[in-house]
Design a protein around this ligand. Structure first.
Ligand code: PEP
Ligand code: MN
Length: 338
């Protein structure tokens, strides 16, 4: 970081800053300009509280240089991470990974039949909610462990990786017994204890961006998981809250190239929650792959009109089939395959 001293500071003020820097275990390099004096701080500042320096007399500004995350950063690991989610599927490789399925598991037939169709259409994973984070406590909350059993059966029959959400620390063991990938939903991205708990498993974690979180907060949430020893983090952009009302959320696609620059972690895009409307899903899915996303998390329902949750944004298997065909052309244009 760089400590910019105020105009008119004395040598004593500079010495005081230097002393604090050394107490922090960092090195200093004082640069006396004609107008200003700055103290360049050398060393890993990420884990230090730079607010301490802001309190020193005659300090005008403290400017961080390093990003606050470390293990999730490109500096730490320049090559992109590819995360295996099943014996046949990887997220972050040359092949685009599409994880699809209903918002909620509703019955055995629904999920098993749909899994067969999705597998035939080229999906890499099967998503389905067992524990649902609903805005209202009076809405359908998911089928719980029964849904996990159906998901496991769908995996056995199709080989698709099972992706499902874990909402609390006490669910982690149960969900990890059935799932191949543990999903952390947007509402829980800041639940640091839960992030640590999934970090203690060795299951891949699909971390959805909090709907009001910044890129730094998103990667720091990933850092909570990785620091526990679990490097298998897959990020997912699912739209953020804005003033707009024609969409459920606003898809912030710029985060894809930004994450690619800052981090080695793969990133998926969820065009379903990011729009809230089925008609927008294929277009946003194509845009996501064109922007460099490693894959998609998309809601597909055999009968959206009767879906128990998120019917409006769920596409049918038929639409999914056409979307996959179109995506193959987009993927080829960006040197990826489907
Ligand atoms: C979901 O994937 O069904 C879900 C609830 O997503 P989010 O956490 O992004 O709202
Ligand atoms: Mn949903």
């Amino acid at each position: 970081m760089i400590v910019v001293m105020e105009r008119g500071c004395t040598q004593e003020h500079v010495n005081h800053v230097v002393q604090i820097v050394r107490e922090m275990g960092l090195q200093d390099h004082v640069i006396q300009g004609t107008e200003r004096t700055v103290v360049a701080v050398i060393g890993d500042e990420r884990f230090k509280d730079r607010g301490v320096l802001e309190q020193a007399p005659m300090v005008e500004q403290v400017i961080p240089i390093l990003a606050p995350y470390k293990m999730a950063s490109r500096e730490m690991k320049p090559e992109p991470s590819a995360i295996r989610i099943s014996p046949t599927a990887v997220v972050g490789g040359p092949r685009i990974a599409v994880i699809a399925g209903p918002c909620s598991v509703e019955s055995r037939e629904q999920i098993v039949d749909l899994a067969h169709q999705l597998k035939d259409l080229g999906a890499a994973g099967l998503r389905g909610g067992a524990f649902k984070p609903r805005t209202s406590p009076y809405q359908f909350q998911g089928m719980g462990e029964t849904a996990l059993e159906y998901l496991a059966e769908a995996r056995e029959r199709t080989g698709l990786a099972v992706v499902t959400e874990v909402m609390s620390i006490d669910q982690v063991d149960l969900v990890a017994r059935y799932a191949d990938v543990l999903q952390i939903g947007t509402r829980n991205m800041h639940n640091f204890n839960l992030l640590e708990a999934v970090g203690q498993t060795r299951k891949p974690v699909l971390l959805k961006r909090g709907w009001s979180s910044t890129l730094d907060e998103f990667l720091l949430a990933a850092e909570y998981i990785i620091k526990e020893g679990n490097q298998n983090v897959i990020l997912c952009e699912r739209g953020i809250r804005t003033h707009e009302t024609y969409v459920r959320n606003t898809l912030a696609l710029g985060i894809v190239p930004a994450i690619k620059r800052q981090s080695h972690l793969p990133i998926l895009v969820d065009p379903s929650h990011a729009t809230g409307h089925a008609y927008m899903v294929p277009a946003m899915a194509k845009a996501a792959i064109a922007a460099g996303a490693d894959g998609l998390l998309v809601e597909v329902h055999p009968d959206p009109e009767h879906a128990l949750t998120d019917g409006a944004q769920s596409i049918t298997p038929k639409v999914f089939e056409q979307m996959m065909r179109d995506l193959a052309r987009i993927a080829a244009a960006v040197d990826r395959s489907m």
